[in-house]
Write a protein that binds this ligand. Sequence first.
Ligand SMILES: Cc1cc2nc3c(=O)[nH]c(=O)nc-3n(C[C@H](O)[C@H](O)[C@H](O)COP(=O)(O)O)c2cc1C
Ligand code: SF4
Ligand code: FES
Length: 577
Amino acid sequence: MSDFDFTALHSALEEISHQGRSALLPALHAAQEIYGYLPQAVAAEIGRILDVPLADIYGVIDFYSMFYRDAVGKTVIQVCGDPACGLAGSDVLLESVCRHLGIAPNEISADGRYTVERAPCLGLCEHAPAVLVGNRAVGSARPDDVDGWLAGNGDIPHGLVYGSQRRLTVNCGKQRQTSLKEYLAGGGYSALKKALQLPAEAVIAEVKASGLVGRGGAAFPTGLKWEGASNAVGQPKYIVCNADESEPGTFKDRVLMEEDPQRIIEGLVIGGYAIGAHQGYIFVRGEYPAAYRGFEQALEEARQGGYIGSDILGSGYAFEVELRRGAGAYICGEETALFEAIEGKRGFPRVKPPFPTTHGLFGKPTVINNVETLCNVPYVILNGAAEYRLLGTAKSPGTKLFCVSGDVARPGVYEVPFGVTLRHLLEEQAGGVPDGYALQTVLFGGAAGAFATPAQLDVRMTFEDLRLAGLPLGSGVVMVFDERRDLRDVLRRLARFFAHESCGKCYPCQLGTQRQLEILERVSHGETLADDVERLTDVGWTMSDASLCGLGQTAASAVLSAMQLWPALFEPIKENY
Ligand SMILES: Cc1cc2nc3c(=O)[nH]c(=O)nc-3n(C[C@H](O)[C@H](O)[C@H](O)COP(=O)(O)O)c2cc1C
Ligand code: SF4
Ligand code: FES
């Protein structure tokens, strides 16, 4: 007989257990909230209820970094160690928290209250250095005030939102969630009303005509994706909102979610109607507790208002939305890995084809769209494709959100029309590099992006111009480094991120990300070996060419770009250098 009292677990699982294995991540979250971690007896009980073998449950627990098989402190403190926070002193911060609590990373404090971990990017880069204290985010955390911010003082990292022509972020910047009432007052849900009076094909035609392409990184035309799922044979169909934003340097979706969730829900319901789905999912990364709570409230409001449910606005159209929470795995942002996570499995990407439009969630036709993509949809439907195209260029219509962080006067989310230059964004909008230092470089697109030099500042930011300049737009990251920064350290942090986040399904990435990290650790410590450059190049191209999914295919992108731009960085550093 087990020592554990399962009463609370049984009542937490009562409403979800009929979903079977698909309820596994929610069940593990619920259990961890009750017991603090996931001991064997609890895992076995969940397995019994959901009919999942214990070995599979362990596989899932071990895959996600926010699930714990062994006891941890009551509150887990996650200190970001990725580049934007690294610039802002996150190593000193981590050291000082550990010293303050008298523990090493991953240990439990003597009073059992805390465990400290170094975390990958927390999506709070504009508030670096960033920390998550349990479910509470802290920005600009000071190493000399650990007690203060542990006690709840300190900068609450709300969105910092700027931009001259704001369509997607009109309701953002208030530093709080926009209520349904406020959203309606600004014309919210008029697009859904309009869409429900149109044939589904007309909705898809409008989105196609708008030229909207996905903002999640792959830049796939949204209307085409919707058409594919609409034409696909098979029922039911699903639409999924990818809110797993985890690419280092990216925080735009967090701001949209925290401040204007109704816009995302409206885009999702319109998409569902267009493709003939009656069930949607929103998958929010585990490290965004505020966004998750905000969605819970927003979905309830939308349900009460009749914008989701069994007969939306009296149209006869039925659509439900289920909110899911990730558990700490960057790879779950990859669309097929995200489906696996919703299905209660480890987030291993699937081999494509077949593509999600025909074989997606639960093997059924599925559309998956990024948060920012969905936020464009109400505007397109309400105002029409022609008006949508008034901003941006013919090949890159509309506006784009950029995540500006690092050595810049005003970090934040910037909404600008496609076609403005990087110089305009950095110097005129974001106030340039502060304190009189010169710009060294910009990490553009994300951890999987490339470095832009000061000579490239006049590049127009459109898909077509950036492609020519060799700069991937990625998730809209613009991370700025001034002349003082040691890029070897930045590269080491990026390599550490990929080595940590590789799911291990395919060898080129599983081994390549580890080798890349080892070499870049040597490089950053001034211990570069004679053939390290050759090895790094070889590992980089092998990963790019032979990896199964986008993570491995781009894990060397920034490193290869740095090697081309600054070969001297990779030369062995002499002792008296
Ligand atoms: C490793 C990896 C991580 C990804 N992370 C995200 C993410 O956090 N959010 C996102 O929207 N797309 C992410 N993507 C892209 C998705 O696979 C997918 O293309 C996207 O959700 C489609 O939506 P869109 O067409 O609206 O861009 C990621 C892709 C890869 C390979
Ligand atoms: S490329 Fe990396 S992340 Fe993608 S499947 Fe292979 S090991 Fe996993
Ligand atoms: S929150 Fe630290 S790099 Fe993004």
